[in-house]
Design a protein around this ligand. Structure first.
Ligand SMILES: NC(=O)C1=CN([C@@H]2O[C@H](COP(=O)(O)OP(=O)(O)OC[C@H]3O[C@@H](n4cnc5c(N)ncnc54)[C@H](OP(=O)(O)O)[C@@H]3O)[C@@H](O)[C@H]2O)C=CC1
Ligand SMILES: CC(=O)N[C@@H](CCC(=O)OP(=O)(O)O)C(=O)O
Length: 312
């Protein structure tokens, strides 16, 4: 039995990691006394006892816990956004390429990806790498997330005071914290324009990437490459070209993947096959946070990567 300490166990991400691990046959969660959840020496003790510590903390608190982990030479999986492009950290997106799982398995420090970058990187990286899309292209990304993406503060706003907007775009000063991560791991030379938004639903996410092709490349080729790349991945599926697979069709909604660790990619082409959109659908708390965290824990600890990654 391996031991995992979740620092930030009572937060949105931490609770969902815990709920998943309760059903894990080979992992025992070691919990901090809630009255001591900010007690540094108690954290140190639990980190030393654990095989891996998962940080489900705000960014500044995550930095503090990493100082402790370094002092005690402990293994860490960080769900915050602090270390996603940092030296000495492995990016915890196992589907990034064929070498990534081994890197995660051997790493002391793994950074769990952000919810929006997960979709963007899975869509763009293989297409840029194959030369089907330009690395120096001008990309625009529009996305909508369930309000749980904003953690307890936004959940409270949506679920208790009734004053939250049904839909609202944000990130409008164009410096969202996910931009460096998207640029680095998708292999882009220019920072994309990114307009995230939040809607009045708890979980789910859609990310849209409009594409205008030049030369002979077609949307069908982009689709074929994504099908080839993810053919053997359990958690990434690619819909048939131009299929809007959703219970609410003809609408494409952020729903149907709640509480799973799945990502669904779509390529929707206009009739000329020269432009269209790439779309990623996922649960911001599933493959966008806690499901991905459990997948990474499984890899770090040498278990099959699909154990306990879903909540249903
Ligand atoms: N929600 C999401 O969809 C995603 C979140 N993340 C990341 O996960 C991390 C956690 O986010 P989220 O779960 O949404 O946030 P929440 O605000 O829901 O939870 C944060 C938790 O951390 C606790 N906390 C704060 N400071 C400390 C500390 N010094 N020591 C111990 N516990 C502390 C908070 O306790 P208290 O309430 O008492 O302050 C709270 O329980 C963030 O870095 C976020 O960026 C990543 C991907 C997606
Ligand atoms: C709706 C909402 O507020 N979403 C969060 C992102 C959630 C996420 O991916 O978390 P990280 O903070 O770990 O990157 C945001 O845009 O900041």
């Amino acid at each position: 039995m391996k031991k995992v300490f979740i620092d930030g166990e009572t937060g949105t991400t931490g609770l969902q990691v815990r709920e998943r691990l309760i059903h894990h046959p080979d992992i025992e969660v070691i919990s901090i006394d809630p009255a001591k959840k900010r007690d540094v020496e108690e954290k140190r003790r639990l980190m030393k006892e654990a095989d891996v510590t998962v940080l489900c903390l705000p960014d500044d608190a995550a930095k503090d816990s990493v100082v402790l982990a370094k002092e005690e030479n402990c293994r860490v999986l960080d769900a915050s956004s602090v270390h996603r492009v940092a030296n000495g950290w492995v990016y915890g997106l196992p589907e990034l390429d064929v070498t990534q799982r081994d890197k995660i398995k051997d790493a002391q420090f793994v950074s769990n990806p952000g919810c929006y970058p997960t979709g963007v990187v899975l869509l763009l990286k293989p297409l840029v790498e194959a030369g089907l899309l330009p690395a120096n292209g001008d990309y625009s990304i529009n996305a909508v997330s369930g309000y749980s993406g904003g953690g307890n503060a936004l959940i409270d706003r949506y679920e208790s005071d009734n004053k939250a907007p049904i839909f609202g775009a944000y990130g409008l000063s164009f410096n969202h914290k996910h931009l460096p991560e998207m640029k680095v791991w998708a292999g882009l030379s220019k920072t994309p324009i990114f307009v995230p938004s939040v809607g009045n639903f708890r979980q789910g996410m859609l990310t849209f990437l409009p594409i205008h092709l030049k030369g002979d490349t077609t949307m069908a080729q982009l689709h074929a490459k994504l099908v080839e790349i993810y053919a053997n991945d359990t958690f990434v599926t690619v819909n048939d070209l131009n299929l809007v697979a959703d219970n609410a069709a003809p609408f494409l909604t952020p729903h149907d993947l709640e509480n799973t660790n799945q990502v669904e990619l779509s390529v929707l082409s206009e009739p000329g096959n020269q432009s269209g959109i790439l779309v990623a659908k996922l649960d911001n708390l599933g493959k966008g946070a806690s499901g991905a965290a459990v997948q990474n824990l499984n890899i770090m600890l040498g278990f099959a990567e699909d154990i306990a990654v879903n909540l249903r």
